[in-house]
Ligand binder design. Structure first.
Ligand code: NAP
Length: 327
């Protein structure tokens, strides 16, 4: 069975996803959407004559089974709802909604219509998360962890030049916390469960734009420190520090370049840096399986939805602590 899917958004991540979906198999690109004909045609060039739609209603009526949404964050909820209401499965880029209430509404709507609505957060689908989990176990009693996602944004210079790119606009659901926070919070919740306490503080570019943030999550075993920035590049990555060793992760989004360094300092590479398309193929593959084998994947779909909801809840708590307002 082949799933006919369409894409929303014409930036590089959509192109990468199309590559990932091709690797996954069983997913046929049936249409692309752009707000305007020209950018849609430019994006579709080289994609095998796939039709371009500039009207979401016409796209929804074109016979597609599913949609991959990679529009600015504030559009994720209304666009996902729009397609679910029309009987179309949704894979939506992170964050799949602006807050947990929106996300729960989408998940309930999908369930009531026997549809799939999941978030394209790579960690949730990457098999490498198990290797990282085993390495953390191997590190023995964890005493602290330092999770970082600091990536110099290609749009930062536009912000400094007085523009407001979507990714930095709180009106569009952007900002550092909404763009990057999930990359640290998702693995933290996955490996350590719910924290006992949270502190969170942001650095702002201006009153409406968070550029970087730090958070400390307290656990019975110690603290997990989370740092993210869009104005500078981390060169050290993240560390899970245990009594018996340290696990270093260069990229928490791709789960790439994972090393175990034992208590004597001997380093072993467990996972190299993967191609993004390969990692995207894992989420595409599971999205496909959720659609074509709902019985077999019911429990797994529930886990993915709960994990997304947990992340959305913590991002909301962090926004509240840091005084970040969206919209
Ligand atoms: N998983 C990952 O690794 C990853 C990486 C990057 C981004 N993302 C996620 O992907 C999503 C898109 O990010 P991006 O950086 O590509 O965003 P973006 O460039 O600001 O916008 C994405 C697309 O949405 C359309 N768009 C732009 N502004 C719009 C507006 N004001 N109203 C309606 N549509 C608009 C544009 O397509 P048209 O002009 O053709 O309509 C554009 O190509 C975000 O949710 C982001 O978090 C994920």
């Amino acid at each position: 069975m082949t799933i006919r899917y369409a894409t929303i958004g014409t930036s590089w991540i959509t192109r990468e996803f199309i590559g990932g979906a091709a690797l996954a198999g069983g997913l046929q690109l049936a249409a692309v959407y752009s707000r305007n004909e020209e950018s849609g045609a430019a994006f579709a060039a080289g994609l095998g004559g796939v039709p371009v739609y500039t009207d979401l209603e016409k796209l929804a009526a074109s016979g597609i089974d599913a949609v991959y949404i990679a529009s600015p964050n504030s559009l994720h909820y209304p666009q996902s709802r729009f397609f679910l209401e029309r009987g179309i499965h949704v894979l939506c880029e992170k964050p799949a909604a602006l807050d947990p209430a929106q996300l729960l509404d989408l998940q309930n709507l999908a369930a009531s219509k026997k549809l799939v609505c999941v978030e394209a957060l790579m960690f949730l689908y990457s098999p490498t998360r198990f290797i990282l989990g085993e390495a953390i176990e191997r590190a023995g009693k964890i005493t602290s962890a330092r999770l970082d996602f600091s990536q110099y944004s290609s749009r930062y210079s536009a912000l400094k030049n007085g523009e407001k790119p979507n990714v930095f606009s709180n009106k569009m659901g952007g900002g550092c916390l909404m763009d990057l926070g999930m990359y640290c919070v998702c693995p933290m919740l996955s490996y350590f469960g719910e924290p006992e306490g949270i502190f969170c503080s942001v650095s702002r570019f201006d009153a409406d734009t968070d550029l970087a943030f730090s958070a400390v999550f307290t656990y019975p075993f110690g603290d997990v420190a989370v740092t993210c920035s869009k104005a500078g590049q981390s060169r050290l990555g993240s560390e899970f520090i245990g009594e018996g060793g340290t696990v270093c992760v260069e990229s928490l989004s791709l789960l790439g370049n994972i090393r175990f360094i034992n208590a004597s300092g001997v380093s072993e590479q467990l996972v190299p840096m993967p191609e993004r398309r390969l990692v995207l193929s894992y989420e595409a593959r599971e999205f496909r399986d959720f659609m074509i084998a709902p019985e077999r994947t019911r429990q797994r779909l529930k886990e993915v939805c709960e994990a997304s909801l947990g992340v959305a809840m913590y991002l909301e708590k962090m926004r509240s602590l840091a005084g970040i307002k969206l919209g």
